[in-house]
Write a protein that binds this ligand. Structure first.
Ligand SMILES: Cc1ncc(COP(=O)(O)O)c(C=O)c1O
Length: 402
């Protein structure tokens, strides 16, 4: 080593390139802001090695690295925990990340899952093909058929996965009975509650062990967030923080902050959309251009009575119908209905429509779609916040023109 090297002096006055990167001092307020702060910081400063050690081993509560946790996720998780009466909530980068977190934290190679055949297309793919690559087998079953579900359970079944309201034909899961079937075999029931939201249903109170929400949909409700939440009990949570961090499933602070804002109006939005959806379903059931309507609020829906008792008189904001004339008629309707955007998602502020055959369920074989009741003429409406007069007026106008 050359001891002639002179120690560089810290420049005085400091140079701009030394001033600008300096971390900001925390701001202390005499009054409190009404809106919550956003903490986009990727990393937090530790006082010393002991503190870093305690934080990273979770002996001390606090933040170190955004991928492990951040205040905006915690603020959102706190509200969701109350909404779902959950002991634990993990906030993830999307609904699919919440599904990944559930299976990666609960399952091991050699395990088996029983999967409702009425799940969102990507969930089906994850739970069957992707899990299969990890040595986890699955059986798809119509979970509205409780006998078939019980028969599908094996000695190594660890998880039963259903949606509260199935996608896209809106079958309603009997959560209490499915929980019993799962528990008879020491398995857990995971419920994707995205179509219902906690306004209609709190599956943990009905016996479910884990609940998942795609917050990207109605819970946020403004088409500007990609976020998921997994809710459960402390006894199922041992591996969740590690899996969330190690598999990189964590949320962004900005999305979590927006989602807290979305939650403030969730009850009002869900109420309004459900009310209009009921009127839309009644209208479509009478329309001559429509062959069939799925909506749990209609008396002829196979689980209407269950929906009434489980959801307390509301039936959701999604209405699915089959237009007469198949794919050609569906294409013509979609092209003509420019006031209702064709947008393969749901739960937006405006009413939107989707076409399951060409979007959410495109990965299934034609015969698999047919078995689920999805044809080229199937259209899924996600009812928004416009007046019911507006939505009914557009549908009446466009359906008579087809
Ligand atoms: C019922 C349901 N669950 C889960 C998801 C996945 O959520 P995300 O898009 O936030 O990953 C979707 C997405 O469409 C969905 O419809």
């Amino acid at each position: 080593m050359n001891d002639k090297i002179t120690k560089p002096a810290i420049p005085k006055p400091p140079r701009p390139d030394d001033i600008c990167p300096r971390p900001d001092k925390p701001v202390s307020h005499t009054t409190q802001p009404m809106a919550p702060a956003i903490y986009p910081t990727s990393v937090w400063m530790c006082n010393d090695t002991q503190q870093a050690d305690q934080l990273l081993s979770r002996d001390l509560e606090g933040y170190v690295y955004q991928r492990d946790g951040h205040p905006n996720a915690d603020a959102f998780a706190e509200k969701v925990a109350e909404l779902h009466a959950a002991e634990r909530v993990a906030v993830t980068s999307s609904g699919m990340a919440a599904m990944s977190l559930a299976v990666l934290s609960q399952l091991m190679p050699g395990d088996h899952v029983v999967v409702s055949n009425q799940l969102y297309g990507r969930s089906l793919l994850l739970l069957t093909q992707e899990l299969n690559r990890l040595g986890i087998t699955s059986t798809r079953v119509d979970t509205c058929d409780l006998t078939a579900t019980r028969t599908a359970m094996t000695s190594v079944t660890k998880l039963v996965v259903v949606e509260t309201i199935g996608n896209p034909c809106l079958q309603v899961a009997d959560i209490g009975s499915l929980a019993e079937i799962a528990h008879e075999r020491n398995a857990h029931l995971l419920v994707d509650n995205t179509f219902a939201t906690p306004v209609l249903c709190r599956p943990l109170e009905l016996g479910a062990d884990l609940v998942l929400e795609s917050v990207s949909k109605m819970m946020n409700g403004h088409s500007d967030v990609m976020l998921g939440a997994l809710c459960g009990r402390a006894c199922e949570w041992e591996r969740v923080p590690l899996v969330l961090s190690a598999w990189g499933l964590a949320s962004s602070p900005f999305d979590a902050w927006l989602a807290v804002r979305g939650l403030a109006t969730m009850h009002l939005r869900v109420d309004r959309a459900c009310e209009t959806a009921g009127k839309v379903a009644e209208f479509l059931a009478q329309a001559s251009a429509v062959e069939h309507v799925d909506y749990p609020g209609l008396r002829d829906h196979p689980q209407h009575a269950l929906a009434t008792s489980q959801f307390g008189g509301r039936y959701g904001s999604i209405v699915t119908f089959r237009i007469a004339g198949g794919r050609k008629a569906a294409d013509a309707f979609i092209a003509a209905t420019d006031q209702i955007p064709f947008c393969p998602s749901l739960g937006e502020a405006s009413t939107t429509l989707s076409h399951p055959e060409s979007t959410s369920h495109r990965g299934l074989l034609p015969e698999e779609r047919a078995a689920l009741g999805i044809s080229g003429g199937t259209i899924r409406l996600s009812i928004g916040l416009e007046s019911s007069d507006f939505v009914l007026g557009v549908l009446q106008d466009k359906l008579t023109g087809i």
